[in-house]
Design a protein around this ligand. Structure first.
Ligand SMILES: [Zn+2]
Ligand SMILES: [Zn+2]
Ligand SMILES: [Zn+2]
Length: 257
């Protein structure tokens, strides 16, 4: 399975407009973080987790010209506002794209993009999606090949959102706590991706220290940190994690797992 980090930044993106801090003015390309999402290829099925605000740029940068399924972690702007940019994929492959999210996420997508679901916008076209509300594990299928997906409940402040497990990889972003019942679904991972917003604590996202505590408890073979803001400088965090099998992710990082 291929896991490609399309974006690893928090909602502002890094550099932040108008900021000249050490990360925003860094020459290290790993400090340039677009809004968080990942691309997964398994069994020749191409899956996107979250349609970030930077989707168009990310697809062009990585040469991605197809997506079969989209999984949404939650409804916040930085995770869904790229959805309008899937129109060229609808047109190129003449297909609708099945999208999956929990009840709140699906309701919010319907509210934020009412024109997807009505017939009153002509001209530039309308993204063609089928929205599926998920409760438990499900399977996506293409040309007789299948991928099983396990949604994992996590909390983003008080909102219940989804992480996802695919084979031995789990992707969790924007979490600030994990309910006890979800840890069973996070056993025996080769790769865990988990959010680490900043060094200081935050009420709706794990701090670096909290993400490291989660990584220790979940004990995947390798853990990658994502959804990081500009107070995190890549090299400094990487150096502080030496010999721990925990790494800051960066845009364009490609892992086989
Ligand atoms: Zn976010
Ligand atoms: Zn900055
Ligand atoms: Zn969020």
């Amino acid at each position: 399975m291929e896991l490609l980090f399309l974006g690893t930044g928090t909602s502002d993106g890094i550099p932040v407009i108008g900021c000249d801090c050490i990360s925003c003015s860094s020459k290290d390309v790993r400090d340039r973080r677009t809004r968080s999402s990942v691309y997964i290829r398994e069994n020749n099925i191409e899956i996107l987790i979250d349609a970030s605000t930077d989707l168009r740029y990310q697809f062009l940068r990585e040469g991605i010209n197809n997506i079969d399924f989209i999984l949404f972690t939650h409804h916040h702007a930085d995770h869904i506002y790229g959805l309008d940019d899937i129109r060229p994929i609808n047109q190129k492959w003449k297909k609708k794209i099945c999208c999956y999210g929990n009840n709140k996420t699906c309701n919010d997508i319907r509210k934020k993009f009412p024109y997807f679901f009505s017939c009153d916008q002509l001209g530039g076209g309308v993204p063609q999606i089928n929205l599926h509300e998920i409760e438990g594990p499900f399977t996506v299928e293409k040309e007789n090949k299948k991928v099983s997906i396990i949604p994992i409940d996590v909390y983003h402040g008080k909102i219940r959102i989804n992480g996802f497990r695919i084979n031995n990889m789990a992707y969790i972003t924007d979490a600030s706590s994990i309910p006890e019942s979800s840890y069973d679904l996070l056993k025996d991972l080769d790769v865990l991706v988990i959010n680490a917003l900043k060094y200081k604590s935050h009420n709706t996202h794990f701090s670096v220290e909290e993400a490291l505590m989660q990584a220790e408890r979940i004990a995947a073979k390798k853990t990658y940190l994502t959804h990081m803001c500009h107070s995190i400088k890549h090299r400094k965090l990487e150096n502080s994690l030496k010999n721990r099998s925990i790494y800051p992710a960066y845009d364009g990082l490609n892992i086989i797992c």
